[in-house]
Design a protein around this ligand. Structure first.
Ligand code: F6P
Length: 520
């Protein structure tokens, strides 16, 4: 099948359709961090699906990305405007860093975003914490980012593309401050049903903020429906669930599903590189993989990812299939995440104790079934591990999309390997050829491991080929292109005709998004 969306197609699309309009992306997590290591400053990519997905889009489109500067050497790397060009080797766009105090980080990021909204939006049975002080700081940090956007846009028309649940109030702040901005947001995590949302004490203000977006995206249609029903139950607004439109106070917002993807070509190319082959050899040597079957999990150490669950599947698997003792190795990379929070520390302790228990129960002097690696690895190292695996498990209890599932598929340039996938990850809607599990069922998980290990090679190949085609087609450039083209379908008031600074020509009165709408 001919691939429609590539990096080049998106780049051209943005260049011609958003001509003259600045693209400004806003997220909490920055795509590149500067950190001090062994007396040197290094530029690294933090873990997490959102930045990994957006970075190739920004490389294709250029523009400005505003994010929290959280690396310990970030300040040393920026210029007088808090700008730094990224990526380091081949700069393609500008990163503007916003500085937060430790206290702001604790209340806005660790507090409201990750102890409040994160558990509220995920069905993982962790109780959310709602503190008025967290909410107050969340509001003031959103204002800080609004000020940064307005400063960068400098009164000129810009398309502001906000990422995630850290910035629910930002759209309203921007809309009130400037009429020259088109504002859209992508919510990378699920949206809860309206009954669950009722627990959020500042629900009206949060929804009011989000409804200042021209377009609001979620991964899945049912997250859109949950959102629309929540608005309908909470605010005075005209909500059309079928067309995905909300009208409130004379402004309309479109609410649409856009399942995110990855840069499949780039990922596959890296998977075929010499560096990945070298890492494959290194993993084999270091882990003494020789002749063993290999199961792999790569995740942030987060309670939504089902890490204890997948270890329990393994325990049950050995109970049911003792002949695999000494033959199967399971490697879990658990990248430390949000580790100041009690729920994350408890999870870490649970995963460590389960690993020890399983190794004690089933291991011997020559073989330990589980290896837990609690650190961040480079992309080629992770791809190498994915390439070596007989199966990869993604056992999320609830997940907006889960890009690890797509990365595993893109890594398998040999068209082999089995994906064991939770049906509660957004990726399950596309990757129907995975071995699907209910992550809460230990029996299903154990059965899935056996199915993966005994699947006929022809069947493995058939399934992997289908999944590769899906991940290839639904790549991140398609995600961004579809988002932009839906934005173009909105009937915007025409912008004022501002003068570009530096004596450049004045901007045409017709919104580029209207021109874009005419073209799709
Ligand atoms: O998926 C939600 C999300 O916040 C993403 O934006 C990000 O990729 C991931 O979780 C990592 O979280 P954090 O930025 O808190 O490390």
């Amino acid at each position: 099948m001919l691939k429609v969306w590539t990096r080049e197609v998106l780049s051209e699309y943005v260049r011609t359709k958003l001509d003259g309009y600045r693209l400004i992306v806003v997220s909490n997590r920055e795509p590149f961090q500067h950190v001090r290591r062994n007396g040197r400053i290094e530029c690294v990519q933090p873990a997490g699906g959102m930045t990994a997905a957006l970075d190739p889009v920004m490389r294709a489109c250029s523009g400005l990305w505003i994010a929290h500067g959280s690396g310990d050497a970030d300040r040393a790397a920026v210029d007088a405007f808090d700008h730094v060009s990224v990526p380091e080797q081949n700069p393609a766009y500008t990163l503007r860093r916003v500085w937060l105090s430790k206290q702001e980080e604790e209340k806005y990021y660790a507090g409201l975003a990750n102890q409040g909204l994160w558990p509220l939006c995920h069905v993982a049975f962790t109780k959310p914490v709602f503190e008025p002080g967290h909410w107050k700081t969340y509001r003031s940090v959103n204002q800080r980012f609004a000020d940064a956007v307005l400063e960068e846009a400098a009164g000129q028309p810009a398309f502001v593309f906000i990422q995630d649940y850290h910035f629910a109030l930002l759209p309203r702040m921007l809309r009130e401050a400037s009429s020259n901005l088109v504002v859209a947001q992508f919510w990378h995590i699920p949206w809860p049903n309206r009954e669950v949302f009722r627990a959020f004490p500042w629900g009206e203000e949060l929804l009011d903020g989000l409804l200042a977006n021209d377009l609001l995206g979620f991964h899945l249609p049912h997250h859109c429906r949950n959102f629309l029903e929540t608005v309908d139950a909470t605010l005075e607004a005209r909500v059309d669930i079928t067309s995905g439109e909300v009208c409130r106070g004379g402004h309309s917002s479109l609410v649409r599903p856009f399942p995110i993807g990855i840069d499949f070509d780039d990922h596959s190319e890296i998977a075929e590189s010499q560096s990945v082959s070298d890492y494959m050899e290194r993993w084999c040597r270091d882990l003494k993989l020789d002749g063993h079957l290999l199961g792999v999990g790569i995740d942030r150490l987060d309670y939504t990812k089902g890490i204890p669950e997948r270890l329990r599947y393994l325990d049950r698997f050995f109970e049911l299939n003792p002949k695999y003792r000494g033959k199967l190795l399971f490697i879990q990379i658990a990248v430390p995440s949000r580790s100041t929070l009690p729920a994350y520390r408890q999870l870490e302790a649970e995963v460590e104790s389960l690993t020890a228990k399983i190794n004690l129960r089933w291991g011997n002097a020559f073989w330990q079934p589980v290896m837990l690696l609690k650190q961040h690895y480079s992309q080629p190292e992770m791809i190498a591990l994915h390439r070596l695996a007989d199966f990869c498990v993604v056992a999320s209890l609830h997940d907006g999309m889960n890009l690890v599932a797509k990365e595993f598929v893109a890594s398998r340039v040999d068209e082999d390997g089995v994906l064991v996938l939770s049906k509660f990850a957004g990726a399950a809607r596309e990757l129907k050829d995975a071995v699907m599990i209910n992550p809460f069922s230990i029996e299903e998980g154990a059965r899935a491991y056996l199915e993966a290990l005994t699947m006929h090679p022809d069947e493995r190949r058939r399934r992997m080929l289908k999944m590769r085609e899906m991940v290839d087609q639904n790549n991140v450039f398609r995600w961004a292109g579809k988002f932009l083209s839906d934005l173009g379908k909105i009937d915007f008031p025409e912008f004022e005709a501002p003068q570009f600074a530096g004596g450049r020509q004045s901007h045409p009165r017709v919104s580029p998004l209207r021109r874009l709408a005419a073209a799709v």
